[in-house]
Structure formats: C-alpha cells, structure tokens
Ligand binder design. Structure first.
Ligand code: HEM
Length: 125
C-alpha cells in the first residue's frame, strides 16, 4: 500500500481536475456554446473522468490508510462524501442540457466541495 500522503495528494488532484473541467464546461454552455463547438471538449471530458476517478481512488486509499478494514460499515460522513462524489460525477451532464442553470452550478460546486472537505475534517457520525 502507498503512503497516506500519496493518496491525499491524488485525492486533491482529482478534486482540482474535476472542478476545473466542470467550470470550463459550465461557462462555455452559459455563453451559449454548444457541446460540439467547445474546442477544449475532449480535454475537459478527460479531465473530468480522470478527476472523479482520482477522487475515488485517493479517497479509498486514504480510508485504508486511516484504518478502515474491509467489511466494516461506512460511517455517516463517508456516505455523505460518496453522495457528493456522485453529484460531481453526474453534474457534467447538466450544463449543455440546461445552460440556464449554469450560474447556480458555478456557485454550488465550491459549496459542495467545502461540504465534502468538512466531512473528512470533522467526521460527524
Ligand atoms: C466530493 C468530492 C470530495 C471532496 C471535495 C473531498 C475533499 C477532501 C479533502 C479536502 C480532504 C482533506 C481533509 C484533511 O486534510 O483533513 C479529504 C480527505 C479525505 N477524503 Fe475526501 N473528498 C471527496 C470525496 C471523497 C470520497 C468519495 C471518499 C471515499 C471514498 C473520500 C474519503 C476521504 C478520506 C478517507 C479522507 C481522509 C480523512 C482523514 O485523513 O482523516 N473523499 N477529502
């Protein structure tokens, strides 16, 4: 198993990749851009996919490092983080389908990221 620090850096790299990609897609759609017209489309899709994967791999690596054994039940804070991860994964489908929601998405993403970080820091049970 790799060290705690490795998983944490991977986790944070995943968060950065995901947020930049979602921000890029959202601003483009908000300006009236269509999916096929975004010159950075493939890059953003790649960054988003890699980002959500790194968040998950980093997150489960961290869990193993802080002593969670296989088969032990997930605590409340972890379910919240997994739910937020799901939102980060599926919200990529929203900007081009509902461009009018773009500003709300831009405002909501950092709030959700903060909530996920707070779950890891305070671990409410
Ligand atoms: C929604 C996206 C997520 C964000 C923005 C996020 C954010 C963060 C941040 C900022 C930290 C560092 C906290 C600290 O240094 O004390 C952290 C730690 C952690 N995260 Fe996440 N996280 C997310 C999703 C997940 C997921 C899906 C998992 C589990 C599979 C997970 C598991 C963990 C664990 C185990 C830690 C370390 C807790 C510790 O060291 O005590 N996170 N997360």
């Amino acid at each position: 198993m790799l060290p705690y620090g490795f998983y944490k850096v991977l986790h944070i790299l995943g968060i950065a990749l995901t947020l930049v990609a979602l921000g890029g897609m959202t601003v483009h759609a908000l300006n009236g851009g269509l999916k096929g017209e975004n010159v950075a489309r493939r890059l953003l899709i790649g960054m988003h996919g890699t980002g959500v994967l790194f968040i998950l791999v980093g997150g489960f690596g961290l869990l193993a490092r802080i002593g969670f054994a296989h088969g032990s039940g997930f605590p409340f804070w972890l379910w919240v983080k997994l739910g937020l991860w799901g939102v980060f994964a599926v919200v990529a489908a929203v900007p081009y389908r509902a461009p009018a929601r773009g500003k709300s998405i831009l405002l909501l993403l950092p709030v959700l990221a903060m909530a996920a970080a707070a779950m890891a820091v305070y671990k409410p049970s």
